[in-house]
Each structure stands twice: as C-alpha cells, then as structure tokens.
Design a binder for this molecule. Structure first.
Ligand code: ZN
Ligand code: ZN
Length: 324
C-alpha cells in the first residue's frame, strides 16, 4: 500500500475533517438523536458511518470487534431494530444517551487536556482516540491502536514501557517529531501517515499491548524490602534504596502525567520513561514519611510550586491522589 503524503492529499483529508467537525459540533452532538447517530440501517447520513467510513483517512478504527461494541448502539437489519451494548444501559435509547454524553465528555476533556478524564472515559478506545484526533488534530495523532503506537515508539527509539497507554505513546512520538528536521513542521495528520510511510505497518504478530503489571510488581518489591529490613534499623544506603523504590512506584502510578496539574511529563528519557519528580506531600524535612501514601510524582513546574507555595488546596489534592 502506498501512502500519499502530497500536500493536495493532506489538504483534502483536512478539509473533509473540517466538514465533519463543523457539522457535528459539540452542541449538535449534545442533542443528537439515535437515528442521527447509529449506523447499520444502510444510510450514510449518520455520525457512526461518517466517522468510520467517510473519515477513513483520519485513521482506521474498524478493529476486530463488532460495530455495536465500538459505538454502543447499532441498527440491525436482521433484527429490524437497534442492538446495544449492555454496559451502557438497559435499552437502546438508554445506551445511546450514555454514549452521547461520553462523547461530549471526551470532547470537553480533549479541549483542556484533562488526561485523567480521557483515561477514565468508558467509550471504546479506538473510537475515543479517533474523536480526539477529529476534533483536536493539532494535539492528537491519527494512530489509535496500542500495538501500532508501541511499534512506532520502538522504531523511533523512545520505547513504550509497560503501562504506557495511547496518550503516553502519542506524546512520545510527538517528542520525537520535534527532533526531526524532516517531520518537525508537519501537521499531525501528515506526520501520522509519515510514520507508516517510513516504518511501514507493524508485523501482524508480536506487537501486542503488554499488560500493566509493573505497578503491582513495584509495590511487592517495596513490601519484600520492608520484610527483610526492619525500618528502625535501616542503614543510610538502605534508606536511599528504599526511597528509590517509593519514587519508582509513584512515577509508575502517575502513568506519565503530573499528579498535580494533570499535564503530561515534559519529556521522556532515553529508556522511554516519562520525566517526573518524586515529591513528599509532608516534606521529609518536616518528618514526613517516605511512603507511597505520602509521595507523588510531579512535573518540574508543579514540584517547584509545591516547594515555594505549598498551598493547602494543592496539598489536599495530592493527599487524595496518594491515598488511592
Ligand atoms: Zn504539574
Ligand atoms: Zn519535593
């Protein structure tokens, strides 16, 4: 498959995207009907058909799952009515209304870079990331599958690590883009296609998403350490070793996003780890405990802020995060 990167072609994709986004505005979606939304009846004038088929060049989301699982509701000609996904509601209409509000939530979260809200949104992943790229094409890539994203991260030398989700991997690729003379000025639509052109598609096997087991493992390591070294008898070296384990745990828990401002880590190091700093909510200097319930991972800005202001509202917020 050849990938067209010509300006004319990219402009065509961009203008088709704009047309979609200006028809399906946030306001329109908030009052959209199930007929205007669902696909399957054979007509093309609905949200799902347009985003999946008409906007194919904005990234494929036709995975292995059935359409009804992707979109929550689907018109079945065979049944002569709507099929729906039960986790969104007990009737087609109820499921549709939940999905509709989830779509609005994704749009709101994308607008303000609320990564936590994006992560917690229960809409199907491929659909969710395509929505973000459709509405915020200057911030999100048109590559949505975890296996493709981790493949490209590996190729560009900022490998994905266990627990990286789509957001983190997209950010890694964006960081690489900034370092590339050829790619730096490309729109993200073009850049996404450029990655396929340069590195090709990932092989069918071997790029599966890894399970997120690191967090659990890090917690167990800390527990094992404490079992072997009673806290009262720790040597200076052991205190440092233990501290590193606490820091590793909270950074993993943060999943690449500052636990205070919710913004992504400013950069990734060579081994693909997001750069965040470990901070103790009650400072060690004030007798705070070196425990995961008193430690958070912060971006350098927020870390400075905590040390110069230590605002009670921030402290409260961080305490809630750490206690989770
Ligand atoms: Zn921050
Ligand atoms: Zn600190």
């Amino acid at each position: 498959m050849t990938i067209d990167l010509s300006d004319e072609y990219i402009q065509q994709i961009e203008s088709d995207r704009r047309e979609f986004a200006s028809k399906y505005t946030r306001e329109f979606i908030s009052t959209m009907t199930i007929e205007q939304y669902a696909m399957g009846a054979g007509d093309k004038d609905n949200f799902c058909y347009r985003i999946e088929v008409e906007q194919k060049e904005m990234g494929n989301i036709r995975g292995v799952v059935k359409g009804v699982q992707r979109y929550g509701v689907w018109y079945s000609k065979k049944l002569g009515g709507y099929e729906f996904t039960h986790r969104y509601g007990d009737t087609p209409q109820e499921a549709f209304l939940s999905v509709r509000s989830l779509i609005c939530n994704v749009m709101d979260a994308g607008e303000i870079d609320d990564y936590t809200a994006i992560r917690n949104n229960k809409i199907a992943a491929l659909f969710k990331y395509k929505l973000l790229a459709m509405y915020f094409p200057h911030k999100y890539l048109t590559i949505y599958s975890t296996s493709h994203l981790s493949y490209f991260c590996d190729k560009v030398g900022i490998p994905a690590v266990d627990g990286d989700d789509e957001l983190v991997m997209q950010r890694k690729l964006l960081q690489w883009k900034e370092t590339q003379d050829e790619a730096r000025d490309m729109s993200l639509i073009k850049f996404s296609r450029y990655l396929y052109k340069v590195f090709d598609h990932p092989p069918k096997r071997g790029w599966n998403n890894k399970p997120r087991h690191r967090l659990k493992k890090l917690k167990e390591e800390l527990r094992d350490f404490d079992a072997k070294h009673p806290k009262k008898t720790l040597t200076e070296i052991e205190v440092t070793q233990r501290s590193a384990k606490v820091a590793a745990y909270v950074k993993e828990r943060a999943a690449g996003v500052c636990e205070l401002c919710g913004k992504p880590a400013p950069f990734y190091n060579k081994s693909g780890e997001p750069y965040l700093e470990c901070h103790h909510i009650v400072w060690i200097a004030r007798e705070g405990a070196d425990e995961i319930t008193n430690a958070v991972a912060l971006c350098p800005n927020c870390h400075r802020k905590m040390h110069s202001l230590d605002e009670p509202t921030d402290v409260e917020k961080l305490k809630r995060v750490a206690r989770k």
